[in-house]
Design a protein around this ligand. Structure first.
Ligand SMILES: [Zn+2]
Length: 372
């Protein structure tokens, strides 16, 4: 019998576009070599993960004056806990990624998550670029001064002049423009502002899970048309609307409790951020499980809407409070590969979805930057 790719997943180049492992390693005294969270060296080996974009995520509650410091501390955590012990190699372009892979090391890209980190300053963006950061989500869950988030009240209705300046500079320096978390108006403004390929590193299809955090078919087509990239998020609430609603309902029941807990501490963003996350975790308890096949439904929808070359993985491991059944951490990628094959994807297509599409996208971002 012919050996299939599912029976030898380690031959595959698996490259994921989003994880929050930096936050886990910052918050807890854990090692990257072995830990109980979603991503460590053992799980990476088992799962065949060869490259990963690590987000330096900063809670918007820390804006405006503590966000940049937090991002730098997260970068320092990555240096100390991941790069210094040589568990992974920091990479800034496709050639460095290939070199890391040849040495059998995990290739680690760094992105900023949340435009509030740069404190309205294109100069700070350049500083992060020189520190090796190669992408940024324009917003997180709250608006920045220059871009609206999809989970906040519309304020600037897209990008301001400063927002367009920042996006233009990202394109020119070869930094990936990531529209996950951005509002529809913001995404439309980005598409008008620059012709370079853009990405939604960890977003799903709104058609299948109708929440604002996911992408409309029109945006899937527009991102694909300029040879961009969309990474499918494993978060059950973004895969299935019912789970999203269950979490919202549960969270609402804690409103009074949260109010009491945070009384007198409203000027302490680290504390507020922790309380919010704790209650979010409690809100997830008892919600429906989703299956690997329901994640694959999003891959299929995005591929059939934008074409097979635009879709890939954006797990959000270590940033999501629950996971699909059978896809509990980075060791589970072979199960995803097997399920893709079962759904009829050919080996060539699985290779694209699992890593080649994302690698190609980052190469195009770099070349587009060089031309500017
Ligand atoms: Zn995110």
């Amino acid at each position: 019998m012919k050996k299939t790719v599912a029976s030898r997943p380690h031959d595959l180049f698996i490259f994921d576009a989003h994880c929050d492992t930096a936050s886990v390693l910052f918050d807890q005294p854990l090692s990257f070599s072995r830990n109980p969270a979603h991503l460590d060296l053992q799980k990476i080996k088992k799962g065949g993960l060869q490259a990963q974009i690590f987000a330096l995520w900063v809670d918007p509650l820390l804006a405006p004056h503590r966000a940049m410091k937090k991002a730098l501390l997260l970068l320092q955590t990555m240096e100390q806990k991941v790069f210094a012990p040589r568990y992974a190699v920091k990479v800034t372009d496709p050639a460095e990624m290939d070199a890391a892979r040849r040495k059998k090391k995990l290739a680690a890209w760094l992105f900023l998550e949340g435009g509030h980190i740069i404190e309205n300053s294109p100069e700070i963006l350049h500083i992060f670029f020189s520190l090796g950061v190669r992408g940024m989500t324009l917003t997180h869950s709250k608006n920045t001064d220059w871009a609206d988030s999809t989970t906040d009240k519309p304020r600037v209705r897209g990008l301001t002049a400063l927002g367009r300046e920042i996006v233009g500079q990202m394109a020119a320096m070869g930094m990936a423009i990531d529209v996950s978390h951005a509002s529809d108006r913001t995404i439309a403004s980005v598409l008008e502002t620059t012709p370079v390929p853009i990405m939604a590193s960890h977003s799903n299809a709104r058609k299948l899970c109708p929440i604002p955090r996911n992408l409309t078919d029109d945006f899937i087509r527009a991102i694909a048309a300029r040879r961009g990239f969309i990474g499918v998020n494993f978060c059950p609430a973004f895969v299935k609307r019912r789970v999203f609603d269950q979490i919202e309902e549960n969270f609402a029941t804690f409103a009074q409790e949260i109010k009491e807990k945070t009384r007198g501490r409203l000027d302490d963003p680290e504390f507020l951020s922790q309380v919010e996350w704790d209650y979010f975790l409690r809100s997830v308890a008892g919600t429906d499980r989703v299956t690997i096949d329901e994640v694959i439904d999003h891959i299929i929808h995005i591929a059939s809407t934008g074409g097979l070359d635009c879709v890939g993985l954006g797990s959000d491991f270590d940033g999501i409070p629950s996971t699909p059944a059978g896809l509990g951490n980075a060791a589970a990628y072979p199960a995803l590969v097997a399920a893709l094959q079962k759904r009829g994807f050919r080996e060539r297509e699985i290779r694209k979805i699992c890593g080649l599409n994302l690698a190609g996208f980052l190469g195009r971002v770099k070349s587009a930057g060089r031309k500017n």
